[in-house]
Ligand binder design. Structure first.
Ligand SMILES: [Zn+2]
Length: 487
């Protein structure tokens, strides 16, 4: 996608809000949507003399994430103060990990740019812990023309996942983000919500001549809040940087913002160097010590991750990779599908039929919100419904009608089919009687069939289906018609 002769060099920084009950350094709740400035205390308000105490739960979540990404865990790490002024940062500094993060050197497997059937590993530089700032609000109805600050978010636990500049295009970047999001959601440490900002992405990008090992000057695109925006922003920025390089223009490293409406990035500010932040170890916090025994316990608590589950579904159920990908995108969808198969074990063909129905019908009516999910029918209802198709009581087409009728209710598919008299007519005698009457009444069509116009059988099938309100077993019907027409 980039101009011939050039390649993009992309690294992503993800800030993920950890799903702890309380904040990073105080006991204030992290609940979203509370009255402004009610979930606050002297620590997260940054009042002088207040002492931070590290949240044990947030460390556990971040360590599990780092382990899932194959990082090594440093036994002793340090929290530093990152100093800067901003109205939503009352302390005048953010507590973060800087030169001694608790983990480093991980990796993530993604699909390669241009050929998604090829996978490759990209590096994870580090995972570290920090805290969120408050929120500046502009144009609030109660205080027109003024800006106000809500500090409920101040001190909410964040985990930063810094990726190596190993990505080479927009498809790789989006795949990296999706797989990372899926892992965090499977670990239940983050709700994966880009739109609501609990999973935020900064894109670092530069371009260089293919084959060159040197890096070009990079720009950072801040807070891109959807997968689609990430894709578009990288496409646009690559082209813009290649144009600059081609015309020989140089520029200073800086921060930009994606404007989706105009479809371009705009200059935000010159990039601060790390010197500007005057990092130094926070004297209020002792070093973070993560001993080997605790690491072992946390490692043991990691569930099967999406990539492993995908491979298992392909290996054990012979599902196409594409299906396995869809079914493992959200852990609750994977659980649901596996519950269906546990309730009614069967061969690969059955697994594929169940997968098809889940992907085309069930998922179309499934509401996902972060970690929670609302399914239109239970696994038990779905098994009952698909069993009716397998027993040829109803056709596949009728199954979709039954699904549409019972979704969102506790109704039993079997009872519904019984009530509506939908059961497929599999009674050969009954079908044969209808066919015989039709053949007698339509000699012209019979003659045409005998003369070789085999397609005319559709006329008889249609007529029988009309008579039986679509409930004749299609395979049986075809067999009977062919036999009677040939008589
Ligand atoms: Zn607090």
């Amino acid at each position: 996608m980039s101009a011939p002769g050039y390649e993009a060099v992309i690294g992503l920084e993800v800030h993920a809000q950890l799903l702890t009950k309380t904040k990073q350094f105080c006991g204030c709740p992290t609940t979203f949507g509370a009255e402004p400035n009610t979930n606050v205390c002297p620590v997260c308000l940054g009042l002088p003399g207040a002492l931070p105490v590290l949240n044990h739960e947030s460390v556990a979540m971040a360590v599990r994430t780092a382990l899932a990404l194959g990082c090594t865990i440093r036994e002793r790490s340090i929290f530093a103060r990152k100093n800067y002024f901003y109205p939503d940062l009352p302390k005048g500094y953010q507590i973060s990990q800087y030169d001694l993060p608790f983990s480093e050197h991980g990796s993530l497997e993604i699909a390669a740019e241009g050929d998604p059937s090829v996978t490759r590993r990209v590096g994870i530089t580090r995972v570290h812990l920090e805290e969120d700032a408050g929120k500046n609000l502009h144009g609030v109805a109660e205080v027109p023309g003024k800006s106000v600050i809500d500090l409920n978010r101040s001190g909410v636990p964040l985990m930063e996942i810094v990726g190596e500049p190993d990505l080479r295009g927009p498809a790789e970047a989006v795949d990296y983000l999706k797989r990372l999001r899926d892992i965090l959601v499977a670990l239940e440490v983050n709700d994966g919500n880009l739109e609501e900002g609990s999973f935020r992405c900064d894109v670092n990008i530069s371009v260089r001549r293919k084959g060159s090992a040197a890096y070009g000057t990079r720009v950072e695109i801040k807070n891109v809040n959807s997968f689609r925006h990430v894709h578009r922003a990288i496409e646009h920025e690559t082209a813009r940087l290649v144009d600059l390089a081609e015309s020989g223009q140089t520029f200073k490293q800086h921060t930009r913002q994606w404007d989706d409406e105009s479809g371009r990035t705009v200059f935000l500010r010159e990039k601060e160097g790390s010197d500007d932040y005057r990092y130094f170890p926070d004297p209020d916090l002792p070093p973070l010590v993560i001993d080997e025994r605790w690491v072992g316990e946390l490692r043991a608590s990691i569930p099967e991750l999406p990539a492993a589950r995908r491979e298992r579904l392909v290996r054990e159920l012979k599902l196409p990779a594409k299906d396995a990908e869809v079914l493992t995108g959200h852990p609750k969808i994977g659980d649901y599908f596996e519950k269906v198969l546990q309730a009614r074990p069967g061969d690969a063909a059955w697994a594929k039929r169940a997968a098809n129905f889940v992907m085309t019908e069930v998922l179309a009516d499934t509401r996902v919100h972060g970690l929670s999910i609302e399914l239109p029918v239970t696994a038990a209802q779905l098994v009952e419904l698909l069993s009716l198709v397998d027993a040829q009581t109803i056709s596949g087409k009728q199954a979709k009608e039954v699904f549409a009728a019972i979704k969102g209710t506790a109704q039993s598919p079997e009872a519904y089919v019984g009530d509506k008299g939908m059961a497929q007519v599999s009674d050969a005698v009954a079908i044969e009687a209808i066919c015989r009457a039709l053949i007698t009444a339509n000699p012209k069509q019979v003659a045409a069939w005998k003369a070789g116009k085999k397609g005319i059988i559709g006329f008889f099938v249609g007529a029988v289906m009309k008579e039986t309100k679509g409930s004749a077993n299609p395979a049986l019907l075809n067999e009977i018609l062919e036999r009677l027409l040939a008589e």
